[in-house]
Ligand binder design. Structure first.
Ligand SMILES: [Cu+2]
Length: 268
């Protein structure tokens, strides 16, 4: 009932999605094709002249983009990090998770996002939490909508030093002793990949991908991902992996059902 009430109170776009969800279909095409009648109506320029569908974050489109990222070829062996240089970290264990699979081909930590085709009137978003926990960044890979707050915590009983980079350039570099409150940071530029390092513990690595909408996801342990509440339309989806690079897909979400997207990376 709560969900229904929420749906009824959302924008016209999602109302139309709901109305057509029952006879919905979804498909992924490498090449763009003519939009369906419903899609054409939804992507018509609005009063402000914007061509892309405008969606409030709270609006629940019944569609989505779901799928799985796989690694073709042999996954590298997981190697434990050497954390002996710090007595606190030495008591912890962690692996180098640069390329992380589930052993069955599923590839984790891939950012999947709609890079083109949707505009968002961004409602208030909860902070994204990045924790320094066990002398590693958790999660290793995440995304944040430009302008949204990243809350950087230090849950360890040791000094960390949050050193962020865009490419080779430092964005900020701030010590965070144990017990200190979280740092609150915002990243304004969509498309930026912010790399997190720690000058005290050189093995610590994290990435925050800055998106221009909440229509994004990070593949989980088994490689699966789900971008929810996507309105009907044609979108350019971009995938990003810290070592294996970027790929682009054209995806069409028809009224309602999730479009299925299979993403494959070749092992290096
Ligand atoms: Cu550290």
């Amino acid at each position: 009932m709560t969900r229904l009430a929420r749906l009824l109170s959302t924008v016209a776009v999602s109302a139309l999605v709901l109305a057509t969800a029952a006879r919905a279909d979804a498909s992924v095409k490498e090449k763009a094709r003519a939009p369906s009648k419903a899609n054409a109506a939804l992507t018509k320029p609005d009063a402000k002249g914007a061509a892309a569908p405008v969606v409030k974050v709270a609006a629940n489109g019944a569609g989505g983009i779901t799928g799985k990222v796989t690694l073709k070829g042999k996954a590298p062996e997981l190697k434990p990090l050497n954390m002996k240089s710090d007595p606190f970290c030495a008591k912890k264990t962690a692996n180098d998770e640069t390329v992380l699979t589930d052993g069955k081909g599923g590839l984790a930590n891939v950012v999947v996002r709609i890079a083109k085709g949707v505009k968002t009137e961004l409602a208030a978003q909860p902070d994204v939490v990045l924790d320094q926990d066990g002398c590693v960044y958790k999660p290793r890979v995440s995304f944040v909508v430009a302008g949204q707050t990243v809350l950087i915590k230090n849950s360890d009983q040791t000094l960390h030093n949050v050193h962020t980079y865009k490419g080779p350039a430092t964005l900020f570099n701030q010590a965070q002793p144990q017990g200190f409150p979280p740092l609150k940071k915002k990243f304004p530029k969509p498309g930026d990949v912010v790399k997190f390092k720690c000058d005290v513990h050189p093995w610590m690595t994290g990435y925050v991908f800055v998106t221009d909408s909440p229509f994004a996801a990070v593949s989980g342990a088994d490689g699966s991902f789900a971008i929810k509440d996507v309105p009907p339309g044609k979108f350019t989806v971009e995938t990003w992996h810290e070592q294996l690079g970027t790929q682009t897909f054209e995806v069409e979400v028809k009224d309602g059902k999730p479009a299925d997207l299979k993403v494959e990376y070749a092992a290096k």
